[in-house]
Design a protein. Structure first.
Length: 140
C-alpha cells in the first residue's frame, strides 16, 4: 500500500506539479524553457500566469486577471477572466504583450479596453490630430 501511494505521488509530481515562482527572473527563466510554472505578477494590473508546457511549436501560458488597474474602473470588470496564449518557444515575453497569440474572454475584454481608450484619445485630440495631418502651423 505504501509503495502504491509513493508511486501515485511520484507520477503526480512528475506530470502534474507546477513550480511556483515569486519573481520575474524565475518566471522568465522557466518561460524560456517552457516548464510548468505558476507566478503572480504585474505592475498596474495583477495577473496569475500558468505555464502549461509545450504544444506543437508553442509554449502555452494561461493568464488570469486577479486585480484590475486601481485607476481603471473598466479593467475591474475583467477580474477573474482568463485567456490562453501560445508563445513562440524559447522566447521570453509578457504573455499579454502580443495579444494576437491569445484567445479567451480576457483577450476580448482587453481588446475592448484598448479600443475604448484609443477612441477617447482620438476624440480628445481630434483638433490637434487634424493640424498635424494638414501640417498646419500651430501658432506657437
Amino acid at each position: 500500500m505504501i509503495i502504491l501511494a509513493l508511486a501515485v505521488y511520484l507520477v503526480w509530481f512528475l506530470f502534474f506539479s507546477y513550480k511556483e515562482c515569486d519573481n520575474w527572473d524565475c518566471f522568465n527563466s522557466r518561460l524560456g524553457d517552457c516548464k510548468r510554472t505558476t507566478f503572480i505578477g504585474g505592475a498596474n494590473m495583477v495577473f496569475d500566469y500558468t505555464i502549461f508546457g509545450k504544444e506543437g511549436g508553442s509554449c502555452i501560458v494561461g493568464v488570469q486577471l486577479l486585480q484590475g488597474g486601481v485607476s481603471d474602473k473598466e479593467s475591474k470588470n475583467l477580474e477573474g477572466q482568463k485567456m490562453k496564449c501560445a508563445l513562440p518557444l524559447e522566447v521570453i515575453m509578457i504573455p499579454e504583450s502580443d495579444i494576437l497569440n491569445c484567445h479567451g474572454v480576457l483577450k476580448e475584454g482587453l481588446q475592448d479596453l484598448i479600443i475604448k481608450k484609443l477612441h477617447t484619445y482620438i476624440v480628445q485630440n481630434i483638433g490637434k490630430i487634424n493640424l498635424e495631418v494638414l501640417d498646419a502651423p500651430t501658432g506657437k
